[in-house]
Ligand binder design. Sequence first.
Ligand SMILES: Nc1ncnc2c1ncn2[C@@H]1O[C@H](COP(=O)(O)OP(=O)(O)OP(=O)(O)O)[C@@H](O)[C@H]1O
Ligand SMILES: [Mg+2]
Length: 392
Amino acid sequence: MRIILFAGKGGVGKTSVSSATGLAAARKGLNTLVMSLDTAHSLADAFDLDRRLMDKNKGQPVAVADNLAIQEIDVVEEIDKNWGEVYRYFATLLNVTGLDEVLAEELAVLPGMEEVSALLYINRYLRQDNYDVIILDCAPTGESLRFVSIPTALEWYMRKLFQLERRVAKVARPVVKHFTDVPLPGDEYFDALERLFKRLEGVEKVLTDPAVTTVRLVTNPEKIVLRETQRAFMYFCMYHMSIDAVIINRILPARAAEGYFEHWRQAQLEHIEQAKQFFSPVPQFEVPFYDNEVVGAEALDRLGRELYQAQDPTDVFFRRPPYIFEKENGHYRLQVHLPFVSSEDVELANRGEDLIVRIGGFKQHIMLPRQLASRNPSGAKIDQDRLNITFE
Ligand SMILES: Nc1ncnc2c1ncn2[C@@H]1O[C@H](COP(=O)(O)OP(=O)(O)OP(=O)(O)O)[C@@H](O)[C@H]1O
Ligand SMILES: [Mg+2]
C-alpha cells in the first residue's frame, strides 16, 4: 500500500495534480483511489463527472476509469455512521445552552469530523487491503495540517484526558443535575469515543512511515505561494511526515512569455531558482501553465505525463526527512541532513523566521517554528551526515 498526500496553498493545483497522479497510477495497473479531504470537493469536476452522480453516491467511492475510483466524503452521511453519540451529545449541549435545535445540529458538526472520517476510511482500506495506492487531495494548507495532527492529538486526548474526564463526569453528574440543565456527557458518549479511537488505531504509524506515506507539496513560482510552501514543508517535518517532492505548477512556457507576460516569466524563473535553494535535496517537478483548464481524462493524462515523465508516479522520490525538530531536556534541537560537510564550513544566521545555514557556496533557508524563531542558535555540531543545531 502506498499513500500520497498532495498539499499546498489554495488554488495552486492540488486537485489537478492529485487526479493526474491517480490516473497515471491506475494506467500502470495499480488499483487506485483518489480521496478528497476538502469540504469544497472538486475531484468530480477535475474528472468532468456529473455532480449528481457523486451526490447520489453518498460519499462512497465512484469508479471513473479502469483501476481508478474517486471519493468525496460526505460529512452528513459520516455523522450517522461514525459520530452518533458524540454528535448527539454536542447537539444537546448546544441546544440547552439556548440554540435553536436545527442550528445546534448544524453547529455540532465539529471541526475535524471530516478529517477523522477520512482517517477512518484510510484505516479501513488499509486493514482490508482494498487499494494499492491512495491519493489524498488535501484542503488548503492550514486544514491539511489539522488532518495530520489529528491522530496524535486524539491519542494524547485518549491517554491523558479521557479517563480523567470520564471519572469527573461520573462523580459530577448527580451533583450538577441540581443546578443546571447543561448535561454532562454520559457513558454512551465516552463509549462512542473509545470505539472511534479503536478504529483509528494504527493510522498514525502508517502516515508517518516514509516507506508508505509521503507528502508532495504543490506550489506555484510566486513569492507568496512559495513562502507558504516553506511553512507547510516545516510543519509536515514537525509531524514527522516525509516530503518526497515539490511540484511547481503553472510555469509560463517561453513562447507564452512574449510581450505582456515577459515580466511574469522572468519573475517565475527567479522563483524557480529560489525554490531550489529552499527545498533541495527534495526533488522538484515542473508543470507548465496550460492553455486551458485541466479537466477530463485527456488533460489529466497529459499533466501526468509531463509531470512524471518516465518515472513511476508512485515511487518514493526522497526517503530522508530533510530536517527534524526535537525538544530534549528543555532544549530545542534542529537536525538537518547535510552529507559531506565538516563543522568548520558551517555558518548560521538567524533572520526573522528563517535560519540561514551557509556551507561554503551552498545556502539553505530553513523556516523555523514559532518556538524557535525568537531564539538564537547556541551551537552547531556535525554528527556523521547530520548537522545538529541547538537553540538557547
Ligand atoms: N498547469 C495548469 N495549467 C492550466 N490550468 C491549471 C493548471 N493547474 C491547475 N489549473 C486549473 O486551475 C484551477 C485550480 O486548480 P485546482 O482545482 O487543481 O487547484 P487546488 O489547489 O485543488 O484548489 P483548491 O485549493 O481550491 O482546492 C482549475 O480550474 C484547474 O483546472
Ligand atoms: Mg482542490
